[in-house]
Design a protein around this ligand. Structure first.
Ligand SMILES: [Zn+2]
Length: 59
């Protein structure tokens, strides 16, 4: 199981994104950011993805 704290990704939010692996966390995190934080797919840049990948933890 992998987790990602939404707050560490830069949002004022206590949500923790979970997934079986890194790809799933990235997908779930993208959905969460779009649904809850109003981000658009084009707002999520490769640089942002790279930064967020570095914040994923093993749980
Ligand atoms: Zn959030």
């Amino acid at each position: 199981m992998k987790t990602l704290s939404c707050r560490e990704a830069g949002f004022d939010c206590d949500h923790v994104v979970k997934g079986e692996n890194e790809e799933e966390v990235m997908r779930n995190g993208g959905e969460h950011a779009m649904k809850v934080h109003g981000m658009k797919a084009e707002d999520i840049t490769p640089e942002m993805k790279q930064k967020i990948r570095g914040l994923i933890r093993n749980a």
